[in-house]
Design a protein around this ligand. Structure first.
Ligand code: GZL
Length: 328
């Protein structure tokens, strides 16, 4: 979908804002503070690639409304160049605060320096950047993806404790170059490395997307004679892989054990049904923490440089108990 440049004229004033083809600006395109001193927050979202992302976007929009913050929301459709132009658009509009979830970790220093030079504070949510200059952002709110990978690996070590014979693992990685993909891979590999029988025989990106998870799993099934375990960096890729496993006449959760990350409703439903064996939670509900931080930053109050989200893990039994009250 093309990204469009929308021009809005307010009482003779021309305000120009760069909006994603599917972005929307909840707060109008006026620059600087909103009506009657409301805070204007420019937010650039990764895209709409997964159930987690949808829940994250809903959380941010709902929390902005509840906090009385005018939200300029843009969907970057998974492209870093779109996020960079979003941020430049927010600078032009003189928003009060900029927040974004960086689709990948590197390549942000120049545009973050432009925001800093314009006196606009930046908050990172969900994913990190690898900038050495941490003065370029006020805070990073999100999960510890390495811990998530470790939790997945530790479950697998326990699952195969005392068993002999090679365990062939295939891995569906998240978006190449993204913080969750890098850290979930590292955390998992570190957690299993003391167990040489647990072997990662194939590892390839499925871009956090269900369709890609299915097609990559099809290639794994064709090229790996005996697959014992699938480790997918998110539920959506795991759910796509389940379709491929079933089409190959195998039982997901039994013939091939499956571990995923996120714990969105569709993943938890498959876990409760026995098609997934273990899910590590990664909470998308970052909206409230973000808005509290936006207000504190606007008021010049000190904020934590690193705000960690709390999250757990789910077995099949725990998923059955949790599903009825699951928020996302
Ligand atoms: C994690 C987030 C990841 C999710 C995926 O915080 O960045 O991106 O795990 C989403 O589902 O696409």
């Amino acid at each position: 979908m093309r990204r469009t440049l929308s021009v809005a004229v307010f009482g003779g004033l021309l305000a120009v804002s760069a909006l994603a083809g599917c972005g929307d600006s909840d707060g109008g395109a006026e620059g600087g503070g909103g009506d009657d001193g409301q805070i204007v927050l420019g937010f650039s979202q990764v895209g709409a690639e997964s159930g987690w992302r949808t829940a994250n976007t809903e959380s941010i929009k709902a929390s902005a409304t509840a906090a009385g913050i005018k939200l300029q929301f843009s969907d970057a459709q998974g492209k870093q160049e779109n996020q960079i132009s979003d941020i430049r658009g927010f600078i032009t509009q003189k928003v009060d605060v900029i927040a974004f979830s960086p689709v990948v970790t590197s390549g942000w220093d120049a545009v973050l320096k432009e925001a800093k030079d314009a006196g606009i504070p930046v908050i990172l949510t969900d994913r990190a950047v690898d900038s050495q200059d941490t003065s370029l952002y006020q805070s990073f709110i999100g999960s510890d993806f390495k811990v998530e990978g470790t939790k997945a690996g530790e479950w697998l070590v326990k699952e195969y404790e005392g068993k002999t014979g090679d365990v062939n693992i295939v891995e569906l990685q998240g978006t190449t170059g993204s913080a969750p993909a890098i850290d979930r891979q590292t955390g998992f590999a570190d957690a299993i490395k003391a167990n040489p029988n647990l072997k990662i025989v194939k590892s390839q990106t499925g871009d956090f997307k269900r369709a890609d998870g299915k097609t990559v799993m099809e290639t794994f099934l064709q090229s790996v004679p005996k697959i014992d375990v699938l480790y997918a960096h998110n539920d959506d890729m795991g759910l796509g892989a389940i379709e491929a496993i079933k089409a190959a006449g195998k039982k997901p959760g039994q013939d091939i054990k499956i571990i995923t990350v996120d714990a969105v409703k569709d993943g938890m439903t498959a876990l409760a049904a026995g098609e997934i064996n273990f899910i590590v939670e990664c909470s998308p509900l970052l909206g409230d923490q973000l808005m509290e931080t936006v207000k504190a930053v606007k008021d010049g109050k000190p904020v934590e440089k690193r705000i960690l989200t709390k999250e757990g893990t789910f077995t099949q039994e725990e998923a059955k108990a949790a599903l009825p009250t699951r928020k996302y």
